[in-house]
Design a protein around this ligand. Sequence first.
Ligand SMILES: Nc1c(N[C@@H]2O[C@H](COP(=O)(O)O)[C@@H](O)[C@H]2O)[nH]c(=O)[nH]c1=O
Length: 209
Amino acid sequence: MSGAADDAVFMRRAIDLALSRMGETWPNPAVGCVLVKDGVVLAEAATAPGGRPHAEEQAVPEAGEAVKGATAYVTLEPCGARSSGRKSCAHFLAEAGVERVVIAALDPSPFASGRGTERLRQSGLTVETGLLSDEAAVLCEGFLHRLETGRPMVRVSLDGAGFDGRFAASARADLTTELNRLGEAGYTRLWTQEGDLAAALREQGLLTE
Ligand SMILES: Nc1c(N[C@@H]2O[C@H](COP(=O)(O)O)[C@@H](O)[C@H]2O)[nH]c(=O)[nH]c1=O
């Protein structure tokens, strides 16, 4: 396999890890991280339920000393700043001796966007962005929606797999207020089935299709 083909395989693995955690990490996005050296996976992890520890914080200690010189495949730009005051993942990867970081999507948070990649580059790591970014976008769409509107995204789903929860409200309720309340509680991505509620949400521009 060529280097580029390898990169896509490992990023797809990181995306799959994160997809399997979707709906469990809110208010944080689900992120996947795969650490690779000489074509061998050293360690892999996804954001823990509840949003912390982050994917990188789990994968790096698991890889141990071998992580020096490795490539990290991450579905989201490693955080460059933390709301929790913990060491940022960019700092953590650089300190551990990772040499190259391949990223699918940039962190959409205005608080953090670009800061992780900047910190990594300043520390001398090679940083590549945008690999499989379309496939990774679903992982942080709810997080981004809540950042922009204060409300969780609502989509129609048959079974709710991968969502933070089900949006249950009367179609006649004040839906914006209900969703604002759920946004304050940290929900980022909710589901509903087709029916009166979905129709009311659609009419009010509150449904993502
Ligand atoms: N879940 C996740 C990230 N989430 C990002 O981390 C920031 C919030 O950090 P904090 O609230 O301190 O835990 C925020 O910018 C969010 O997008 N970052 C990562 O490197 N890896 C992860 O697994």
